[in-house]
Design a protein around this ligand. Structure first.
Ligand SMILES: Cc1cc2nc3c(=O)[nH]c(=O)nc-3n(C[C@H](O)[C@H](O)[C@H](O)COP(=O)(O)O)c2cc1C
Length: 173
């Protein structure tokens, strides 16, 4: 039984989450197929795939184009499998940001026409080593506005790995 884990990433944190999910699935006895949607925006073969985990980060209120293109191109095949979509972002890290984080996900489903079986909002990370001036300014003055977190203070992960493990184990059944 194979689980497809398809992810997009911009700064690498969602790739780390995808590898983590891969290990959780392997430990639960599944075979895994891990792909980056930057490499597979068209059709992929889902032969032998019984469950699908799709995950992508939010940058400026949207998930990456390659991710949406992947979901749209493979929508019919994905719909035939049990699916879990994870949206990774910093708004999801704070109770007061989760309504907005939920909007990003709903907007993505409206654009792609995809309706997964399960969804979850996953708290992301601050990775200042990957930011230029623009990214630092957007994080500080838009995404983290009103929070006592400054990208210049260094890297910080908000992801709750135990919670993520439970979400994945529940989904894999
Ligand atoms: C320029 C920029 C814009 C971002 N915009 C959003 C946003 O609109 N909403 C949000 O929740 N998180 C936003 N984030 C936070 C990212 O989703 C978070 O850092 C995530 O962990 C990135 O994952 P990645 O390393 O896989 O790209 C933004 C981050 C950057 C650098």
């Amino acid at each position: 039984m194979t689980v497809l884990i398809a992810f997009a990433t911009v700064e690498g944190h969602t790739a780390k989450i995808a590898r983590f999910i891969c290990n959780v699935a392997k430990n639960a006895g599944f075979k895994t197929n891990l792909i980056n949607t930057d490499d597979f925006s068209g059709h992929v073969s889902l032969d032998g795939v019984v469950k699908v985990v799709l995950l992508a980060p939010v940058h400026e209120r949207r998930h990456p184009e390659s991710f949406e293109a992947f979901v749209t191109s493979n929508r019919d095949a994905l719909t035939k499998r049990k699916s879990l979509v994870l949206s990774v972002g910093l708004k999801a890290s704070f109770a007061s940001g989760r309504e907005e984080a939920r909007d990003y996900l709903n907007e993505m489903f409206m654009r792609t026409g995809f309706e997964p079986n399960a969804t979850a909002l996953i708290a992301g990370a601050v990775r200042p080593e990957n930011y230029g001036y623009f990214e630092r300014e957007v994080l500080k003055h838009v995404v983290l506005l009103g929070r006592k977190i400054d990208p210049q203070d260094g890297a910080r992960e908000f992801t709750d790995w135990d919670e993520l493990t439970s979400i994945v184990i529940d989904f894999l059944g």
